[in-house]
Design a protein around this ligand. Structure first.
Ligand code: ATR
Length: 274
């Protein structure tokens, strides 16, 4: 089975390691490669991959919106998020979906964070934040507050989320990050790219003091400044490596029909990247 991940830069992608480990669980012969492609290069390189027998692909930065338009058909989650991270060959067509939110929710659940009825604070209003809102609402979140550096983008994202919400009981709100009200959030999810730039978010400290669980979608050998601030307030924390494995598991299930076990793969990655 020929699979690949497309993006730029792609050299450091962990996806081949993860999918090779999943395939081993089922004794499946899977060849999963990294393919460097910008938006200009995508169509040609993807066509070559398909010609060589490719039947499934992951799509990462900066191609997720491009892959959305490239897909012949799309899941409702892809339509809500405007982004595709997984392409599945169906007959002659490519079906596009987005497994990022499922990966986040699966990881939060494996960390025993109960989302049903929860008050969640989502930091950021870019593609990463937009990509996980449908899964958070489907998981039964009761109140979702979107806070962003640029308030107008948070407002736009909330308007969009309201329009597409599958639950009629969920409440949405938005603000600038420095104006986040102390609402007794159970979970804070950082979907900004501030961790990649090593920049601090101006979150009021009272918000941390009342939040038991803080999650950063960014992962790395060191905790981000956001996670360091959460730790200083005695919150439980996790980085986004589990989300990466979780979204991969959902993609793998769509390609193969098999649901891999993720815990051992995550442990192995953590040990490798310490
Ligand atoms: P992505 O696809 O990773 O979400 P994006 O669409 O560029 O990328 O969005 C990046 C997000 O991180 C935005 O919410 C951005 O805030 P703005 O909308 O105000 O630009 C946020 N972000 C990036 N760097 C940040 C920083 N240093 N402090 C606060 N927010 C930051």
């Amino acid at each position: 089975m020929k699979l690949a991940v497309f993006g730029s830069p792609i050299r450091h992608s962990l996806s081949p390691d993860i999918h090779t480990a999943f395939a081993e669980q089922f004794g499946l012969a899977v060849q999963y490669t990294r393919i460097e492609a910008t938006a200009e290069q995508f169509e040609t390189r993807f066509a070559a991959f398909e010609k060589a027998g490719g039947i499934g692909a992951n799509i990462t930065l900066p191609l997720k919106e491009y892959a959305f338009t490239y897909a012949d058909s799309r899941s409702s989650i892809a339509s809500q998020t405007g982004a595709v991270n997984t392409l599945v060959k169906q007959g002659q067509d490519w079906f596009g979906t987005n497994t990022d939110g499922v990966g986040l929710v699966a990881d939060l659940q494996s960390l025993e964070t109960d989302l049903a009825g929860a008050r969640v604070l989502l930091l950021g209003a870019g593609g990463a934040a937009r990509g996980v809102i449908p899964a958070l609402t489907n998981a039964g979140v009761q109140y979702l507050h979107v806070a962003n550096r640029t308030e107008q983008r948070a407002n736009q994202l909330v308007q969009h989320a309201r329009k597409h919400a599958t639950s009629s009981t969920i409440e949405f709100a938005f603000s600038r990050i420095e104006d986040i009200p102390n609402m007794g959030f159970q979970v804070i999810v950082n979907a900004t790219s501030s961790g990649l730039q090593g920049q601090r978010l101006p979150i009021p400290s009272a918000v941390f003091a009342n939040t038991p669980f803080c999650y950063d979608m960014v992962y790395g050998a060191q905790p981000t400044l956001f996670l360091q601030a959460a730790l200083a307030s005695h919150c439980q924390v996790a980085d986004g490596l589990g989300m990466l494995v979780g979204q991969a598991a959902e993609s793998f299930r769509l390609w193969t029909g098999k649901t891999p076990e993720t815990g051992s793969v995550l442990t192995r990655l953590r040990n490798q990247h310490k």
